[in-house]
Design a protein around this ligand. Structure first.
Ligand code: SGN
Ligand code: CA
Length: 534
């Protein structure tokens, strides 16, 4: 039963008012958790990225805090989302790789907020296979094994299938605004606004098709990395611009006639979802690319540079739509007077390689994809223009939201609330953690990135690749920001290495991941595909 403060009782008993308790809507912030898929800090101007301008993300950063050292603990979609929902590492929440199914009966922060009187909703990418629990409203992308489609996307809305017309990033935003418009306004809300973009295969909005056709993007310093001094994992991955990007799905080098002729081709299936006018624009935009490629003049390094440019043109155009739609959402919040009552978070499920080391995709515990963008705007408590180098992890998000909402943080949550950092100009408390933990499991699988775990301190990284190899890597980040020189085993780093080994052991103990090999065997008991040593 609802409790009223003593001074309200006479009126409440008469059914005349609903007196606000401390902790009710008036002092409980709304939360909008904006998460994209595979958006990386190199493609955000507020992080110093040189590739495009992202004015609306920049606005959030200028009016809030930019976290410079926020790390995914398992840089892959499903695992990252499960860590975010539970505030627990993959080996505890059970969702270790994209072939897992989320145990929706477990504790999540949306459930806890809902129990505490929040209205909760999730719109867009979910990717956890089991039905969402703990949401008053949910509408999740369903096509392409829950990756969703860029054009005319399919959704499941509160259990019912639904096909929408339009471009996915716009549609997800339309739905978010419609939800905000129709929600129960007597309650604070928590909205998870989860875009598909800029996930592979990077299909821009019709209005942005071809927008970068005449732009030449700067190449990363390590585009032609030869992996010298690194281990087997870097050399045996399958995520290179040179070899892995496909002519059809990724580079989009098929003419209309070819697309119409081959109905089994994946690109052809997506093309068929587009309205005719979009198909016409698509054809005109990709025709010069196809002609250039088929001229046969591109060879060797020149061909890799060319593929990199096409990859950037498509990837970055999808980011432009994400940024525009953030602007739409911010305008809506401003018009309805909710902007400053709302904690607005911008992040992505992990970072991504934009040609660094010659790669696309993620998974590795290397900087470009381990690092997540994290911007938080809440002017009532977070000073504008703050920047923080405190080490944060995605398991910290759940306790942070609970903390701001005034909900007790359960003792079994493994992350730590970022609130003291966010509200203190980015400075960390004296007892803040010294390292971020990481553990990646999806191998053998697409992109062939070997299993590994490790820690990342402010200046160093220590990684152990295991399962069908037993190799260590260590990077001196201050002197080697591109992670090119593996200093593991070098005599001049012996003391530092011993310290890091000890810190890794302590960190694994703290989080209960003490024998990763053994844990993995247990987790995948009976699942031959995932058995170590295969
Ligand atoms: C798809 C992509 C991969 C990507 C995974 C996981 N292939 O399988 O390139 O690594 O998703 O991405 S594709 O041919 O279907 O485009 S994640 O972000 O969802 O984890
Ligand atoms: Ca992702």
């Amino acid at each position: 039963m609802r409790k009223f403060p003593l001074y309200c009782l006479p009126l409440a008993a008469a059914g005349m008012v609903s007196c606000q308790q401390p902790g009710e809507k008036a002092d409980r912030p709304n939360i909008i958790f904006m998460m994209t898929d595979d958006h990386t800090t190199q493609a955000m101007s507020c992080y110093g990225g040189q590739l495009i301008q992202t004015p609306n993300m920049d606005r959030l950063a200028a009016e809030g805090i930019r976290m410079d050292r926020c790390f995914a603990v398992n840089a892959l979609s499903g695992p990252s989302r499960a860590c975010i929902l539970t505030g627990k590492f993959s080996h505890v929440n059970g969702f270790t790789d994209n072939a897992s199914t989320f145990d929706g009966d477990q504790q999540t922060f949306p459930k806890l907020l809902q129990q505490a009187g929040y209205e909760t909703a999730i719109i867009g990418k979910w990717h956890l296979i089991s039905q969402p629990q703990g949401f008053d409203y949910w509408c999740i992308l369903s096509g392409q094994h829950e990756q969703g489609d860029y054009y005319n996307p399919d959704f499941i809305e509160n259990g019912q299938p639904l096909r929408e017309e339009g471009y996915v990033t716009d549609v997800v935003t339309d739905k978010a605004i419609a939800y905000l418009e129709n929600r129960d306004k007597s309650k604070p809300f928590c909205l998870m606004y989860h875009q598909k973009a800029p996930h592979r295969n990077w299909m821009p909005a019709p209005r942005h098709l071809g927008m970068f056709n005449h732009t030449v993007f700067p190449e990363p310093a390590t585009l032609f990395d030869n992996y010298e001094g690194r281990g087997t994992a870097a050399r045996t991955q399958d995520m290179s611009i040179a070899h892995t990007l496909t002519e059809d799905w990724d580079l989009k080098l098929l003419t209309r006639n070819e697309l119409l002729a081959d109905t089994t081709n994946r690109l052809s299936q997506v093309y068929r979802r587009m309205p005719q006018d979009v198909q016409a624009k698509w054809d005109s935009v990709y025709a010069p690319r196809i002609a250039e490629y088929r001229s046969g003049k591109l060879k060797g390094k020149e061909l890799i540079s060319w593929k990199y440019q096409q990859y950037m043109r498509d990837y970055l155009a999808t980011v432009v739509a994400v940024d525009e739609n953030i602007g739409r959402l911010l305008d809506y919040l401003e018009q309805t007077g909710e902007l400053d009552n709302t904690i607005i978070v911008y992040t992505s499920d992990q970072g991504f390689f934009l040609g660094e080391h010659g790669w696309f995709d993620k998974r590795f515990m290397y900087e470009e994809c381990q690092r997540m963008p994290l911007i938080v705007r809440y002017p009532k408590a977070i000073p504008a223009g703050s920047v923080s180098s405190a080490i944060a992890m995605n398991v910290d998000f759940a306790p942070t939201f609970l903390d701001f909402a005034g909900v007790e943080i359960p003792a079994d949550i493994q992350g730590r609330s970022l609130r003291p950092v966010l509200t203190n100009g980015g400075a960390e408390p004296a007892d803040w953690r010294k390292a971020a933990y990481y553990h990646y499991y999806e191998y053998p699988a697409e992109h062939s990135v070997k299993r590994h775990y490790g820690i990342r301190t402010k200046d160093f990284k220590l990684i152990h690749f295991y399962n069908d190899v037993d190799e260590w890597e260590m990077y001196d980040l201050a002197n080697d920001p591109h992670e090119l020189n593996n200093v593991y085993g070098r005599p001049e780093y012996a003391d530092r290495q011993a310290e890091l080994m000890e810190l890794l052991r302590e960190t694994q103990q703290q989080y209960g991941d003490t024998d990763p090999d053994e844990k993995v065997r247990e987790l995948f008991k009976g699942d031959r595909r995932m058995m170590p040593g295969r």
